[in-house]
Design a protein around this ligand. Sequence first.
Ligand SMILES: [Ca+2]
Length: 207
Amino acid sequence: MTEYTVYVTGVNELGESGPSLLAAATTTDLYPAVMPKYKMINPLENGKPSSHIVSTAQNGRMESSALDVSAGTAWGTVDQDGASYYVKGSWDDGGFNYMGLKHGLTFEFDQAYKLDTIAFHDVTSQDTGIFFAQVRWWDEAGKEEYITYGRISLQKKRDSGNRLYYVLKLPQPVNAKKIQFGLARYAAQGNQITVSEVYFYHYDTLL
Ligand SMILES: [Ca+2]
C-alpha cells in the first residue's frame, strides 16, 4: 500500500488560504515488482494459475482475490495479479518462532519438483521489512523436513523499476511435492505480512 497525504489550498484575491484538513488516502500498488520468469514452475496457463499447483492453503485472509471463493485457499498468490494478495495480521507468520501447519502459505504440486528458489513480493512491492522465512516441505511419500530461518537465505532484490521482491533460497535443492513457507519481520516491527505473488523455480545452478 502507498499512503499519500493530500491537502488543498484555495487562492483568491486575498492570497492563498491555509491548508485544509489533512486527508490520508491509501491505494493498492498497481505496479507490482517484475520477478524473473526463467525456469518458473508456475507460469499462468490461459490466464489461470498453473496446473502444476493442485492446491493452495492459508489461514489468514485473501484480499481482492476473485479466485479464492472458498475459505482457506490462496490462489490469489499465484494468479499474477498484483492486486490480489494474502494477508496475516502478525509480525511473525511462522518465519521466526515455530511455524505450525496453519502459518504462512502452503502449495501442493502435481508432482515432486526439484527446487531451491522461491521468489515473492508483497502487496506494496516495496521494502516492508520482511526478514525471516521458514520452510516445511514434503516429498512424494509425505515425509517432511522443517527448515529453520537460520538455514534459509532471504534476499531483497529490485526490478528495473526499483520495485522490491524477495528471493528465498533453501540450503540445498529438495524434491518437493508440497511446500509451506512462513515469513516474519525483523524485531517484531509492524503487524502485518502480505504476499501478493509467489514464483517457484526449477532447480538450476544459474539461479
Ligand atoms: Ca496476486
